[in-house]
Ligand binder design. Structure first.
Ligand code: NAD
Length: 307
């Protein structure tokens, strides 16, 4: 891509490249498996899920299945919706204490009577594969090596596959949650992009988005981002996943972007489903291998010292 107004060239002939998130995710998973095969024991993932929200149940099953297919140990601890904070805390502590569990993921959102930040703080930071412990969030902001939240990490991998150098690029992130929006902005900033973080109170959001060479949206409002919000040729990453009823008790997952409009204007766009979702799971696996490699290295060192 050559440098016109921003780094995106406006060519006039428009129809975006649609990212195949499943294909890219397979590559990330294969890399993770390769690295896992060099470790002394298989990586272990522990997932805590509270309540029976159907979407969360589907996500957790998907994560467990993918991890098991990759040859990892993957255990799910299910708690009832009324378990209360103390029991969720105990579940995290149980995984913290396990030698064979390298990564812990607490599926969000948690019930209202459970304090999410306190639960995140209870996770051993070295096992915090969703990167939500304060220590890992701080490491990301300060640019030191930690565990990075899976969804923004997956988005970054997609963006890099299209644009390896983000120096000076205008990037806009819609949404400022701890799990997607904020870490996404930190990652883009670390890559030397000029980053604007927008949210529900942002004024003139459409005009701000139209300046973006890279636009990442993580809101959960289907069709929020119209074609008119997009700069011609931009990279558009749609994190939003909203289950919309389509009758007969069935649902369809929709993103934040009005895809049919956006595909005519963007340079590259992620579909929903099949874009960011598979990358999130793939990055969970690579984070688990990373955590496992570090922990197994530390365990080896500890044994040598003890001998
Ligand atoms: P959240 O509810 O914590 O945050 C939503 C954000 O959107 C907030 O920052 C809010 O200020 C902003 N917002 C709301 N309305 C807005 C508007 N009209 N204009 C601009 N900003 C607005 O949600 P989250 O946990 O960050 O998730 C966001 C979306 O991403 C959801 O649809 C979620 O399901 C999805 N998600 C997908 C994946 C995946 O793997 N594909 C992973 C995590 C989250």
């Amino acid at each position: 891509m050559s440098r016109g107004s921003g780094w995106i060239v406006q060519t006039g002939e428009m129809s975006a490249t649609i990212v195949d998130g499943r294909k890219l995710a397979n590559e990330v998973v294969l890399e993770a498996m390769e690295r896992a095969s060099t470790l002394g024991r298989r990586p272990g993932l522990g997932v805590v899920i509270v309540g029976n929200d159907p979407a969360s149940q589907i996500y957790v099953r998907g994560k467990q299945k993918r991890a098991q297919e990759a040859g990892f140990l993957a255990e799910v601890m299910e708690l009832p919706a009324d378990a209360g904070e103390a029991r969720v805390h105990e579940a995290v502590e149980a995984f913290n204490a396990r030698e064979d569990i390298d990564g812990i993921l607490v599926q969000l959102p948690l019930p209202e009577d459970v304090n999410t930040l306190r639960i995140m703080a209870a996770i051993d930071p070295e096992k915090d594969v969703d990167g939500l412990h304060t220590l890992n969030a701080g490491r990301l902001v300060q640019g030191s090596d930690g565990l990075i939240p899976c969804t923004p990490l997956g988005c970054m991998t997609i963006i890099h596959s299209v644009m390896p150098d983000l120096t000076g690029v205008h990037a806009v992130v819609i949404g400022n949650s701890n799990i997607v929006g904020k870490p996404m902005a930190s990652l883009l900033l670390a890559e030397r992009a000029t980053v604007v973080q927008t949210h529900i109170h942002t004024r003139n959001i459409e005009a701000i988005c139209r300046e973006a060479d890279v636009l990442v949206t993580a809101v959960g409002k289907p069709g929020l981002v119209r074609g008119s919000w997009i700069k011609p040729g931009a990279i558009v990453i749609d994190v939003g996943t909203t289950r919309v009823p389509v009758g007969d008790g069935r649902y369809r997952v929709r993103g934040d972007v009005a895809f049919e409009e956006a595909v005519e204007i963007a340079g590259t766009i992620t579909p929903v489903p099949g874009g960011v979702g598979p990358m999130t799971i793939a990055c969970l696996l690579s984070n688990t291998v990373k955590a496992s490699a570090r922990r197994q290295g530390m365990q080896r060192k500890a044994r040598v010292v003890a001998d």
